[in-house]
Design a protein around this ligand. Structure first.
Ligand SMILES: Cc1cc2nc3c(=O)[nH]c(=O)nc-3n(C[C@H](O)[C@H](O)[C@H](O)COP(=O)(O)OP(=O)(O)OC[C@H]3O[C@@H](n4cnc5c(N)ncnc54)[C@H](O)[C@@H]3O)c2cc1C
Length: 393
């Protein structure tokens, strides 16, 4: 005979989305377990930063982590788009002040977010967090599924939340297929210091291959800094990633074309493959698929994690009115989220294809489209609201 532990919610994966889901459910009085094969220190090597859009900040406030994060956050007041692929390459500014008293977003280093979420998880007595422990087995059942973990335990749970990333094991056990678009494109991610203040602007510079995006970070010892995501064809991105620092500094200054003055690399570089992916379903018996296990988008317009937080918010709110893990709850989750997720994955995929193209005709259309979207005030404002996840009506 072996002991089978019974719990209410099992969150598989403790990336940023999994941690937030685990905290939110534990705080709603659900006995929760969260497991991840990575060691506790793994998050500290994540060089990316995340721009949390307005609705996402609300969730961070609700779970009580915003106060810990606010001092590390840089408001993102203006989004500047520059198209150097065609025409004069004049900057187009989208100012949050046109639609809101708040900035579009607040940018935070992923290492800080993970550190503060981990600290908060440690304060919740009904949250059992196991690092260096992974899901190895899953028996999905309409009422109370069984999961097996690499530490040898077997657990019966009312709800499994799959937050185990783009190669999700839960999705595999639940036999859910995905539609994946490969772009032959990678993102090189790093931090730069620069001469000119960023004035809380994110700057996206388009040419062919993908955008070069600077996102504002706090000033450190009087030095202005921004996080950079540089997307380009795989062979080029790999070459940038492997270049000696001095050649890399020349390359980034050539690519940025003088915005923010002279740029200089600070610290390490990381590299990420770019794909778009959509799960065919986001529910299975007593299972909800969230975050990158459900949807992956290229890092354009800060949609990725912000969509994930909308998944979590929906689940937490449905758990207040439904039996947790029930068919009704899961169907309501899919109904509330799937069409929005699909629309955003398709929209960002299209934008990314347009931003990659080196063909003059596509570049001209991209430039004309940008002029139109920016030049007509109501269209510009609608676009900004949609980017924030608000309704376009
Ligand atoms: C360059 C770049 C920049 C980005 N910038 C932004 C931005 O500004 N704004 C934004 O909203 N989004 C952004 N994104 C997207 C965002 O970073 C991702 O959506 C987010 O980090 C993914 O989070 P996740 O928790 O879903 O997945 P992951 O971070 O991949 O976490 C999945 C976790 O599951 C664990 N796991 C895997 N297998 C198992 C198993 N069998 N059992 C248990 N656990 C398992 C893994 O160890 C991992 O810790 C960006 C993405 C990239 C690549």
């Amino acid at each position: 005979m072996f002991d089978r532990q019974k719990i209410n919610v099992a969150v598989i994966g403790a990336g940023i989305a999994g941690q937030i889901a685990a905290i939110a459910f534990a705080q709603s009085n659900h006995n929760t377990i969260c497991v991840d094969p990575a060691p506790l220190s793994a998050g500290q090597s994540d060089l990316r930063s995340t721009a949390f859009l307005q609705p996402a900040r609300q969730l961070l406030q609700d779970i009580g982590v915003w106060d810990r994060l606010a001092k590390h956050a840089t408001p993102l007041q203006c989004m500047r788009l520059i198209d150097r692929g065609h025409g004069e390459g004049k900057a187009k500014d989208f100012d949050a002040g046109e639609i809101s008293d708040d900035p579009f977003a607040w940018n935070l280093p992923n290492s800080v977010i993970r550190r503060e979420l981990q600290a908060l998880m440690g304060t919740l007595p009904n949250l059992d967090f196991r690092s260096e422990c992974k899901l190895t087995r899953m028996l999905p059942r309409t009422r109370a599924s069984i999961i097996g973990l690499s530490d040898g335990s077997s657990i019966e749970t009312n709800l499994i939340i799959a937050a185990d990333g783009r190669n999700s094991k839960v999705r595999e056990f639940a036999e859910i297929d995905t539609k994946t678009t490969k772009f032959d494109q990678m993102a090189v991610v790093f931090v730069v210091q620069h001469q000119t203040p960023h004035l809380n602007s994110s700057i996206e510079i388009h040419r062919s291959g993908g955008p070069f995006t600077l996102v504002p970070l706090p000033i450190v010892d009087g030095v202005h800094r921004s996080a950079v995501v540089w997307m380009d064809a795989t062979h080029k991105a790999r070459a940038y990633y492997e270049m000696p620092s001095s050649a890399f500094n020349d390359a980034i200054n050539e690519r940025a074309g003088g915005v923010l003055g002279q740029l200089e690399l600070v610290g390490d570089r990381a590299i990420w493959p770019i794909i778009a992916q959509l799960a065919e379903r986001i529910i299975a018996p007593s299972t909800a698929i969230i975050a990158e296990a459900a949807h992956v988008v290229p890092p354009i317009g800060a949609q990725g994690l912000n969509m994930s937080l909308a998944d979590i918010e929906t689940l937490v709110s449905l758990a207040k009115t439904h039996e947790v893990g029930s068919v009704d709850m899961l169907q309501a989750y899919e109904k509330a989220r799937y069409s929005d997720i699909k629309r955003r994955v398709e929209g960002v995929t299209l934008l990314n294809k347009a931003s990659i193209s080196g063909q003059p005709i596509v570049q001209a259309a991209r430039s004309a489209g940008l002029n139109l979207l920016h030049g007509v005030r109501p269209i510009r404002q609608t676009l900004m609201r949609m980017g924030l996840g608000q309704s376009s009506d």
